[in-house]
Design a protein around this ligand. Sequence first.
Ligand code: 5GP
Length: 217
Amino acid sequence: MSIQLQRRGILCIVSGPSGSGKTTLCRALSQSDPLCDYAVSCTTRKPRTGEVDGKDYHFLTREDFEARTTRGELLEWAEVHGNLYGTLKSAVLDRIGRGEDVLMDIDVQGAELVRRNPDPVISGALIDIFILPPDREELEKRLSGRGTEDPEELALRLRNALEEMRHWRAYGYTIVSGSPEEDLRRFRAIIEGERCRTSRLRGGEEIVNEDQPDFFS
Ligand code: 5GP
């Protein structure tokens, strides 16, 4: 008789400054791992060139965003770089209940709100990872290399990045970013380890049930 264990899903928060590579990392994991899904956030920021509504973000007007917060549709939300960002409960809760893993690419304020959420389904599922850039020079290079922001926005993002990095010790795991391959290998290792955590596993009554001769024979 083989042991049949079901697993509760992981709710994985990934934070780090703009330019740390966290969005690319979350995308890479969710594309290569069928059990891992990326929670598409809502934002009032304008789409960048190439961004697709419903895939990169749900792009909303401020009115629509605020109406959703009033209706209690968001698990968390925060104002970042002057725009509103938030995660829909519907993008997270059913999935972790089904044993799927969900990646949330959110800022440090949103992460703190999720940590303080009293729902045991959330606290039992939660892990958090901070992605640090290797050094300031690389951070500046990555921020300006995207070419998507004007100089004023870039300066704001650099200031915010340095501020955001002050919170890294609040996270259970830290990855100092190296090559995309190294980052993905470490990220996968964390998720694989968390999948084996005993507290996530259900079933297995047969393991201690000596009335089931098949298993013990
Ligand atoms: P960007 O505009 O560069 O896509 O994202 C800016 C920042 O907003 C990033 O730090 C990103 O992690 C954060 N962010 C994206 N989605 C969410 C969300 O749903 N909630 C919160 N709190 N932050 C988010």
